[in-house]
Design a protein around this ligand. Structure first.
Ligand SMILES: Nc1ncnc2c1ncn2[C@@H]1O[C@H](COP(=O)(O)OP(=O)(O)OP(=O)(O)O)[C@@H](O)[C@H]1O
Ligand SMILES: [Mg+2]
Length: 241
């Protein structure tokens, strides 16, 4: 999937300007960038929810799954029904195993309002896994989860991705998630959103740990890049105050 010279303005705000990105087949592309830079807008454009003002989206997939930044469960359906909804042919066994994978066993028959924010988010993830998309878009999917759950979800995503061999675009603010998951990590800038850095990681995901020397050095590099952005932002805010 290729984005070429995408432009998108909201009123006077130039969110994306001549933005280009290549998402390779069967890879996990992680996107990091400051809050408000345009990550969700980017995913919405890939999903076809928002039309760009200019630019081309080439080789896009037909079957696109999307875990939104906020969960979008149907409030009148249970956990089980919400997950089943996107793939009605899924067997009871498969649905139960997905529910177990996201740690919601015994909550199958609860409604979204009876769940915590993190549980609702995990239900959305199980629903996306059940959809078996060719291209899975995930917008900060693990943000409401504690550390253990996050790491478990990262492992589950890697397992599922290995089984399907699909492409994933994964937006996150968590550097650890990006280094554990990404074949490619794309760091974005703000105003307008452009690609600041691209880091490729060849090491297979299933053998990665946060103790790996290579990953530690990538992590350090990413912290430097991202904190530089923060310094720039803080300086300009300070000046305008
Ligand atoms: N529907 C809209 N109408 C007007 N402005 C919008 C709309 N959607 C997004 N924006 C603006 O576009 C910019 C990018 O928003 P977006 O949600 O894509 O950022 P983000 O990178 O996902 O941020 P975060 O990390 O906080 O989720 C922001 O300035 C936001 O105010
Ligand atoms: Mg967002």
């Amino acid at each position: 999937m290729k984005l070429e010279r995408i432009c998108k303005n909201f009123d006077e705000i130039k969110v994306l300007h001549n933005f280009s990105l290549n998402v390779k087949d069967k890879e996990i592309t992680c996107i990091l960038g400051p809050s408000g830079c345009g990550k969700s807008t980017l995913l919405n454009i890939i999903a076809g929810i928002i039309k760009p003002d200019e630019g081309i989206i080439g080789d896009n997939k037909k079957k696109i799954g999307y875990v939104f930044q906020e969960d979008r469960l149907l409030p009148w359906k249970t956990v089980y029904e919400n997950i089943k909804l996107v793939n009605k042919k899924a067997s009871d066994l498969k649905l139960k195993s997905l529910i177990e994978l996201v740690g919601l066993t015994n909550f199958e028959n609860k409604y979204p309002h009876q769940l915590s924010g993190g549980m609702r988010q995990r239900c959305s993830i199980a629903r996306a896994f059940n959809f078996q998309a060719e291209l899975l878009l995930m917008d900060e999917p693990f943000k409401s989860l504690d550390y253990d759950l996050r790491i478990n979800m990262v492992k589950s995503l890697i397992d599922i991705w290995h089984q399907w061999n699909n492409s994933v675009v994964f937006v996150t603010h968590e550097i650890d998630e990006a280094v554990l998951l990404g074949n490619k990590i794309v760091v974005l800038t703000k105003n307008p959103c452009t690609v600041r850095n691209v880091i490729n990681i060849d090491m297979p995901q299933n053998i990665r740990t946060l103790e790996d020397k290579e990953l530690i050095s990538i992590r350090t590099k990413l912290i430097k890049i991202l904190s530089k952005q923060k310094d720039i932002k803080e300086t300009s805010e300070f000046k305008s105050a």
